[in-house]
Design a protein around this ligand. Structure first.
Ligand code: CMP
Length: 136
């Protein structure tokens, strides 16, 4: 049975800064995701705070928002079979030191903050996050 979904992916400032955008996009393409839309942007701390609002009670919230707005990011709509879960598997554990071999965070992540990529964690959040960056 086909279960085609869309999810939101962000290539974070640490990976953009190290010129990893094409490498990471190629990993998505090799893993059968279609990149339906993509753009490079630089968001404000206020926008990052809105995007990561679900984490507002966490002790790392302020640093997280400062980090996401610290430099250019690349946002993408990924589409594919079970895309939400498939993308989370391909990214690997939040903390790169816990991520399995061949996951994006194992390959490129530096730390729990500079973990190179973000991906929506549910279909509901994917819809919200796609709308956040791609409003039309
Ligand atoms: P991301 O998938 O973008 O979602 C929230 C981010 O918070 C997460 O990746 C991490 O980069 C960051 N973060 C920082 N500290 C923590 C922590 N202790 N637990 C989970 N996420 C954290």
């Amino acid at each position: 049975m086909n279960n085609i979904e869309q999810t939101l992916s962000i290539i974070k400032p640490d990976a953009v800064e190290r010129n990893l955008v094409e490498d990471i996009k190629n990993i998505f393409i090799k893993n059968k995701f279609k990149i339906k839309d993509t753009k490079k942007i630089h968001i404000t701390k206020e926008e990052a705070s809105e995007f990561y609002k679900v984490h507002q009670s966490k002790p790392f919230y302020s640093d997280l928002c400062a980090y996401l707005s610290s430099g250019p990011i690349v946002v993408m709509i990924l589409e594919g079979e079970n895309a939400v879960l498939a993308n989370r598997r391909l990214m690997g554990a939040t903390n790169p030191k816990d991520a399995k071999d061949n996951t994006i965070r194992k390959l490129y992540g530096i730390s729990i903050d500079k973990n190179s990529v973000h991906g929506s964690d549910s279909i509901d959040n994917a819809k919200k996050e796609i709308k956040f960056f791609f409003k039309n």
